[in-house]
Design a protein around this ligand. Structure first.
Ligand code: FA5
Ligand code: MG
Length: 426
């Protein structure tokens, strides 16, 4: 196999991740830079903002749901991020041609193995192990654009709550609001009608609606416990292959609607093959960075990875429910350099993969890369040669970069794209 890392000078045939060796293949696109984030576990790091938000969420679920005095939810926050395509996609009914499987969107170790793109990757196996109420918390990896709110690694809290039929209908006598034929003495959770926008084929409308009400009540409760009673929110219809119906929850924050989570009623195909019998479940997945950035007014997602005491000490030894407002240590200047290049004849402005380019820039430039923007696409009218221009914004979070230093890194990036794509710098 001839495999190229974006910045590697020699092809590699095996990839070492978490001390385990994997055979590489034509799907391998994980980079050394990305591998270096594994094991950082920011969500478990003491006094880290992501860890504080994690604890507040766990506390909410622990205290809201108890069984005989014990928390009803179990928490899994140390599952390995290396998963199979079966876990990340197949088990969740994600079709083979779904865009989320694309090489341009995921970090593949090889064709069958990748860094999880969402915490939902563990849902099926935990259901199979017999759990009915659980939280899965950890780092997830996605190839994406580069700016103040996107980083290739972020953290999610995912959950499943299932209810047996008898639990679901306990104390519920007024369900005819959903179903005119509802018989309170013989409530049914399952039926065989049609899949409609309101519910899955196998669920009765009353069961689905009861679960939806629980889901929405619990999640609004969570958001209120984090942001206060006054927080403005709205539900937006959504689609996920593994839930139906599905929604996204947005909160109104600093004059913007911010999507904080996706959720829905778990597809019965998943529950029936993996989970408890005769049950219905809801699931959700939320982003810890989004919540922490909003709660503490953290302006740049890269700060989460800071090891600087100016950042971390602001979250030290505080009661997790204290209102903290991040004070910028100081803001160091940005430095923007453009990079224009002619593409080789085998590439066009439309086939050149931006995400490959972003990874390469990040690999060479590291965390001083604040943003990469496509500035211009150009096809020469006579020679028909294709050219692209990107602006690369550099900023160090803890000191001022010199122009000479930036030029040096910029040159290194140019060298790497010449070596990898055979482009000609303009
Ligand atoms: C998912 O990842 C689904 N697995 C969520 C889910 C779970 C739905 C269970 C239904 C049932 P999505 O890609 O929308 O969905 O991401 C979920 C949340 O992660 C988002 O609402 C957001 O809060 C956060 N998130 C997504 N992409 C990013 C990103 N690039 N940076 C930071 N946070 C992100
Ligand atoms: Mg989403």
């Amino acid at each position: 196999h001839k495999i190229k890392y974006s910045t590697a000078t020699k092809p590699v045939t095996t990839v070492l991740v978490n001390e385990k060796e994997y055979q590489s293949d034509d799907y391998t696109n994980i980079t050394p830079k990305i591998i270096s984030y594994l094991g950082r576990n920011l969500h478990l790091q003491k006094n880290h903002p992501l860890s504080i938000v994690r604890q507040r969420i766990v506390n909410y679920f622990y205290s809201s749901f108890t069984q005989r005095g014990n928390p009803a939810f179990s928490v899994y926050d140390n599952l390995t991020p290396v998963v199979t395509t079966k876990q990340n996609f197949d088990d969740l009914l994600i079709p083979l041609d779904h865009p989320s499987r694309a090489k341009s969107d995921c970090y593949y170790i090889n064709r069958g193995t990748l860094l999880r793109g969402h915490m939902t990757a563990h849902q099926s196996e935990l259901l199979k192990s017999g759990l009915d109420n659980f939280l899965m918390i950890g780092d997830v990896y996605r190839r994406d654009e580069i700016d103040a709110t996107h980083f290739p690694v972020f953290h999610q809290v995912d959950a499943v709550r299932s209810q047996r039929k008898d639990e679901l209908f306990r104390d519920k006598q007024d369900l005819h609001i959903f179903e005119p034929n509802f018989d309170p003495n013989n409530p049914q959770a399952f039926t065989n009608s049609i899949d409609d926008p309101m519910k899955q084929r196998c669920h009765t409308l009353e069961a689905s609606k009861l679960m939806e009400t629980q889901l929405k009540t619990h999640l609004i409760g969570l958001v209120k416990s984090l942001f206060g009673e006054g927080i403005k929110f709205r539900w937006v219809e959504a689609y996920f292959p593994f839930t139906h119906p599905s929604w996204e929850l947005e909160i109104y924050y600093e004059y913007n609607w911010l999507e904080v989570l996706g959720c829905g009623i778990v597809r019965n195909e998943i529950l029936a093959s993996a989970g408890p019998n005769n049950s219905i479940a809801y699931a959700f997945g939320l982003g810890l960075e989004r919540l922490a950035m909003a709660l503490y007014k953290i302006p740049d997602i890269r700060l989460m990875w800071s090891t600087d005491s100016g950042f971390l000490t602001q979250f030290e030894n505080v009661d997790i429910n204290t209102k903290i407002r991040y004070k910028p240590v100081s803001s160091f200047p940005q430095c923007t350099n453009d990079m224009s290049f002619w593409l080789p004849p085998n590439l066009t402005v439309d086939t050149f993969m931006s995400n490959d380019f972003y990874d390469l820039v990040r690999d060479v430039g590291g965390d001083i890369i604040e943003q990469v923007k496509l500035k211009d696409k150009f096809v020469h009218p006579k020679s028909k040669k294709h050219s692209l221009c990107y602006s690369i914004v550099y900023r160090h979070l803890e000191r001022t970069l010199t122009q000479a230093e930036v030029n040096q890194v910029h040159k290194e990036i140019e060298k790497a794209i010449i070596a990898n794509y055979g482009v000609v710098i303009r």
